[in-house]
Design a protein around this ligand. Sequence first.
Ligand code: PEP
Ligand code: MN
Length: 300
Amino acid sequence: MNNWRSSGSYAGPVPFRLVGRESNPEGTVLDINGVQIGGSEVVVMAGPCSVESRDQLLSTATAVKASGARILRGGAFKPRTSPYSFRGLREEGLVLLAEAREETGLPVVTEVMDTRQVEPVCEHADIVQIGSRSMHNYPLLEEVGQCNKPVLMKRGMGATIEELLLAAEYVLNKGNDQVMFCERGIRTFENATRNTLDLNAVPLLKRMSHLPVIVDPSHGTGHWWMVPAMCKGAVAVGADGLLVEVHCSPQEALSDGPQSLHPARFDEMMQELRVVARAVGREIYEPAVSAFGGAQLNVS
Ligand code: PEP
Ligand code: MN
């Protein structure tokens, strides 16, 4: 697989020494507190874009768990285009995420933006997220390469697959081999959607690398109503997991409300996704007692 395009200033194949499929042909399966990513299960990670308050996080966490999510997402350190937008609860958000894990038993994934945040984030999170804007931050990649937490490596919005693979190579090269990729959409000329979700990335990354591949249709589309359809597409093309933004009151969300699913719609989507997963020989976790009480929720 190393006969990929050459890159940069040297001739010859780009060495994906550690992330290349050859170094683990059967594929890597990550174990996150008993949840396996890269096996037959398609693992759904869900939760709010930003941690906003204890109530907001716990109510969303409880709802997504009842619908079958296996991992809770939530941003404490938020990269925002405008410095005047809500930029996260920071350390307080990390503490709330740890509390939500205690409450629900769901492992948590949250973003780290800066080398100075690696220590506190690793202390509180079960998976460390490298955001789209940070994929090219090589000192940060090397820092998470030295922590012993799994890393969710998001594709830079202007990054090629080769650059994404090499970003993961930085992490593995420092000794951390628990990495998964996340396709979250790239910038194209199309502006009807926030990004263009590049589902080509899934079979391509699975062929090129042994690491699991997650798809994030929330950032990939920017529209909550497109998320279920693109999640189905992602499962059909072989994604090992999904990252989905869910908010109990999307209109009031402090970030990414327009792309956040209401828990009732998330529950409906999960039921539909199980059918698609079965059709391609995968499964999506279904709680023994589906505790979701979505019927009373107003999702208008
Ligand atoms: C997020 O997951 O909320 C986020 C900021 O994602 P991205 O880095 O893909 O924009
Ligand atoms: Mn977001």
